[in-house]
Design a protein around this ligand. Structure first.
Ligand code: C2E
Ligand code: CA
Ligand code: CA
Ligand code: CA
Length: 278
């Protein structure tokens, strides 16, 4: 059977049909990676647009592959979801994020951490218990944790998903609507969500400086979100020009390569917006 090689991996990213043997290899590799502790969370800061300080970080999973090096989530999350392994991986991500919050706290660094939740996890009945247990195990207040859920996923809005979202909110965990603008949700659906934050998808931010249409969309999304008492984060901010436009539009938080790429926990411990390379 074909091995999942360097070139083979690119197939996943392009969304091409991947043959079954390749899928199975990746699945068992992922299972082994979980057992061997080969996953690591990287952290990317979110910046308060007005005060110019770090408000928190988003945890983004990486696979430290023994031969391939650092592998990004887009190359393995889809397979993890298809195989159901995402439930175990997601559980690890949640627990590791809580452990890291406590670790930073003990070093005098108070950071809120956002984790990404998959649709499969939200439909899983054990998620609420997992979150509760991880918070308790590491003695972390729920308000320190934020769950990012994609807009398209929220639109599916099955009963199980809705129950989980309400349950998370009841625990005191905050919710963020990720990739906003890509899922065609309407006002009514947004106002019914127990969310506190909305993240504007990177595709809109990319076009801010070149297309007036993108500026109009972003400006109205910010107004809409504020009317619904949601804070707005722009993801994928790469230039000073984008930052300036977003600040002028009243965007609350900014995240992107302009400020920092996702980094290892030890780097984040000492990262500051005034001395980003310290
Ligand atoms: P996302 O949640 O939309 O995360 C944002 C992605 O954009 C991240 O890619 C981040 O590294 C990247 N990014 C941040 N700033 C910039 C920028 O200025 N320019 C550009 N071009 N990209 C930027 P990453 O880390 O490869 O993650 C990709 C996706 O994988 C995430 O998209 C999320 O959907 C998923 N993911 C990551 N970690 C997890 C996880 O622990 N669990 C689950 N279920 N999904 C995860
Ligand atoms: Ca996210
Ligand atoms: Ca996003
Ligand atoms: Ca995205």
């Amino acid at each position: 059977a074909k091995r999942v090689g360097g070139a083979g991996f690119a197939l996943f990213e392009d969304g091409m049909v991947v043959d079954a043997a390749l899928q199975l290899t990746l699945q068992s590799d992922l299972r082994g990676a979980l057992d061997r502790g080969q996953f690591e969370l990287y952290y990317q800061p979110k910046i308060d647009a007005r005060k110019n300080v770090v408000t928190g970080v988003e945890a983004l999973v990486r696979w430290n592959h023994p031969t391939r090096g650092v592998v990004g989530p887009q190359e393995f999350i889809p397979t993890a979801e298809r195989s159901g392994l995402i439930v175990r991986l997601g559980r690890w991500v949640l627990d590791e994020a809580c452990r890291q919050i406590a670790d930073w706290q003990s070093q005098g660094r108070d950071l809120n951490v956002a984790v990404n939740l998959s649709v499969i996890q939200l439909a899983d009945a054990s998620l609420l218990d997992d979150v509760r247990e991880s918070l308790a195990r590491h003695n972390v207040p729920a308000s320190r944790l934020l769950c990012e859920v994609t807009e398209s996923l929220l639109l599916e809005n099955t009963q199980a998903t809705a129950r989980t979202l309400v349950g998370l909110r009841a625990l005191g965990v905050h919710l963020s609507v990720d990739d906003f603008g890509t899922g065609y949700s309407n006002l009514t659906q947004l106002k019914d969500l127990p969310a506190r934050q909305l993240k504007i998808d990177r595709t809109f931010i990319q076009e801010l400086e070149t297309r007036s249409e993108a500026r109009a969309v972003v400006a109205s999304v910010i107004q809409l979100a504020h009317a619904l008492h949601l804070t707005v984060v722009a993801e994928g901010v790469e230039t000073a020009g984008q930052r300036d436009l977003l600040k002028a539009m009243g965007c609350d938080e900014l995240q992107g390569y302009f400020y920092a790429r996702p980094m290892q926990a030890a780097m984040m411990q000492s990262w500051s917006i005034d001395a980003p390379l310290a």
